[in-house]
Design a protein around this ligand. Structure first.
Ligand code: NAG
Ligand code: NAG
Ligand code: NAG
Ligand code: NAG
Ligand code: NAG
Length: 568
């Protein structure tokens, strides 16, 4: 044993002698020249049948994906042998048509590329969700029997876990509501819903915890167009207030005291950005270089005004082409507008580890809702927020599979984007329709996944919290990472932490990406790199929970590892 220790110490001091201590970003040899042009990514077909429509998707920190649809669509593509109550499902005509003899939720395991059925007890149609700080998915609302339900999915890694329904209920019906995890420990705000002009908090502290009126939801409601303010976009600003965008308007809201702090200018142009208008939105990457104090939101696409009614008459109006960006911190607020390469709605906006934004799925014409859209948008767009105006968008490789209402997309730890869903019909319909029920699961692999970049790709990323504390890192605290790089790091090595969203209906609830401060970075001749990173300063910047940590070397990301930011 002693002999072994001596040996280790000797090796360690040798390695130390070989270290060149360097600043985190002062390296030579950029990969930058590869990141532009001609590289449009690749599509992969993962499964022909997920069993259920991916109306909702969320990535767990066990590297599985919870997928679910509504429960009342009748037969899905995943037949069960038994119902929840244990009763057998037979081949009888009644049983074959019985919704309870089919799965409406599955868990997809990324590494084995397989799904297993999960059991939902009440209808989750057009519901919402968010992860708690311990990695459990809290899911709220839905339709009918499910509209006031609170459900939990606690990931377990052994393929045994399932949905659990809480004894406590929501105060109001939540169908098409949005959720955001808040800085307060394990508090989630649930905002809006169809004919619900209030917000409330979950988990419930007591059984009679109620809801609060929000007149902004009345003001933005467009009755003749199906609302156009459903699934409002929520973004937590780093000052601890909540940005709420609905239809064309937005506010900064202090949810603790029910006070509207700011009313922002209306986004220019006609049309609507929220369901059934169905544009999408992100909070652009938050950056340590300004201490996370500059917060900018972006809203893209949506439906033309009158699109919902027109779709009911079989006229499919061209969707919106514009995007707006606005800084919501400070005191000067203006929407800076720019155009996407084409008109687009029903799309998902995802922040990639590089800090670029991917716009994927959806259609060019129509509105959200059943059978309301036409002309699938088959080409994803990539948006680089740091390029010059006019040079920010690029058009990526086309898929052959239309992803109409309601589809979804999420970022995976390996850098790919999982794409599923699409079923603009009341039940699963596979023939004689323009857009059949889509049960195929795909992955889009952005250009940075290409083999030619493997020599630039940081590998074997490991996180070390130190102090024998294996559960996470506290706000403002340091933590260490190590990884291996075959060649010298590029000019820019960045470290991003990404909150995995709950995605449905073109909204990615809770999604945010932080560019973390690197305090020290050393690379041994062996290629092993050690870096000391600083956790975000507060839960306003990053609510407590699991984040995907990625090292990005000159635009080429590593596989992400889960890092947990903890309350004091
Ligand atoms: C999906 O089905 C097609 C056609 O039957 C088949 O060629 C393909 O290999 C299948 N792909 C997967 C991933 O199962
Ligand atoms: C996380 O917290 C929730 C709510 O308190 C609880 O139901 C769940 O079991 C916890 N999950 C884990 C993994 O501890
Ligand atoms: C939409 O689809 C229709 C028929 O499928 C086609 O004629 C039309 O050119 C398409 N429009 C656009 C904008 O792609
Ligand atoms: C990376 O990790 C794998 C699996 O643990 C190991 O086999 C491999 O040698 C490691 N590579 C380097 C360069 O450290
Ligand atoms: C992180 O690495 C530094 C040296 O680079 C070391 O001094 C420190 O103890 C490490 N901290 C942890 C938490 O491992």
């Amino acid at each position: 044993m002693a002999h072994h220790n001596h040996f280790l110490i000797a090796i360690k001091s040798m390695i130390t002698a070989l270290f060149f201590t360097l600043h985190c970003i002062e390296f030579s040899g950029a990969v930058g020249r590869f990141s532009a042009g001609g590289q449009k990514g690749q599509w992969q077909l993962l499964l022909n049948n997920t069993g259920v429509v991916a109306m909702h998707m969320a990535l767990t920190h066990d590297n599985t994906v919870v997928i679910f649809d509504q429960t009342e669509a009748g037969p899905s593509g995943y037949r069960l042998r038994r119902r929840h109550n244990g009763n057998r499902c037979t081949e009888s005509r009644d049983n074959l048509a019985d919704s309870s003899c089919y799965a409406h939720s599955v868990e997809y395991d990324i590494s084995s590329n397989k799904v297993r059925p999960l059991r939902l007890y009440t209808d989750t149609w057009c519901s919402s969700g968010s992860f708690l700080s311990n990695g459990t998915l809290l899911q709220t609302g839905g339709y009918g029997s499910g509209t006031r339900r609170i459900r939990y999915f606690k990931p377990c890694g052994d393929g045994q876990c399932d949905w659990r329904q809480s004894e406590r209920s929501l105060a109001d019906n939540r169908w098409y509501a949005s959720n955001q995890l808040l800085p307060e420990h394990d508090r989630i705000i649930v905002v809006g819903g169809r004919r619900t002009f209030t917000y409330e908090f979950v988990p419930k502290m007591s059984s009679n915890e109620g809801s609060h009126e929000l007149s902004f939801l009345h003001q933005t409601y467009d009755r003749s167009e199906g609302g156009n303010n459903l699934y409002p976009f929520l973004h937590l600003s780093s000052d601890g207030n909540l940005f709420i965008f609905a239809n064309r308007d937005s506010i900064l809201f202090n949810y603790r005291s029910n006070i509207v702090i700011k009313t922002f200018p209306r986004i220019p142009g006609d049309g609507s950005r929220n369901y059934p208008g169905s544009g999408s939105s992100v909070i652009l990457p938050l950056d340590h270089t300004n201490n996370f104090q500059r917060v900018e939101v972006m809203v893209c696409g949506g439906a033309a005004s009158g699109a919902h009614r027109a779709a009911g008459q079989n006229r499919f109006l061209k969707g919106l082409r514009s995007c707006g960006r606005m800084v919501i911190t400070g005191n000067r607020h203006k929407w800076n507008m720019e155009n996407m390469p084409g008109s687009r709605l029903l799309s998902d906006m995802l922040i990639l580890p590089t800090g670029n934004v991917l716009i994927i799925n959806g259609a060019k014409r129509g509105s959200g809702g059943w059978n309301n859209a036409r002309n699938a948008s088959l080409q994803p767009y990539l948006y680089n927020p740091n390029h010059k105006l006019g040079k920010r968008f690029s058009v990526l490789k086309s898929t052959k599979i239309a992803r109409m209402y309601p589809s979804s997309a999420i970022l995976l730890p390996d850098g790919r984007v999982l794409v599923g869903g699409g079923n603009p019909h009341e039940s699963y319909t596979f023939s004689n329709v323009a857009y059949p029920t889509e049960l195929r699961l795909q992955a889009f692999a952005p250009h940075y996944m290409r083999r030619q970049y493997h020599t630039y790709r940081p590998i074997n990323l490991t996180i070390n919290y130190g102090h024998g504390d294996l559960s996470g890192v506290r706000y403002g605290g340091d933590f260490n990472v190590s990884f291996w790089l075959g060649r010298k790091p590029s000019k820019v090595v960045e470290f991003s932490a990404y909150a995995p969203p709950f995605t449905t209906h073109s909204i990615s609830m809770n999604q945010r990406l932080l560019k973390l401060r690197c305090k020290r970075l050393v690379r041994a001749e062996s290629g092993l790199v050690h870096a000391v990173l600083e956790a975000p300063p507060s839960p306003n910047v990053a609510p407590s929970g699991y984040y995907m940590l990625t090292v990005v070397n000159g635009g080429i990301p590593s596989i992400s590892q889960w890092v947990r930011f903890l309350h004091q």
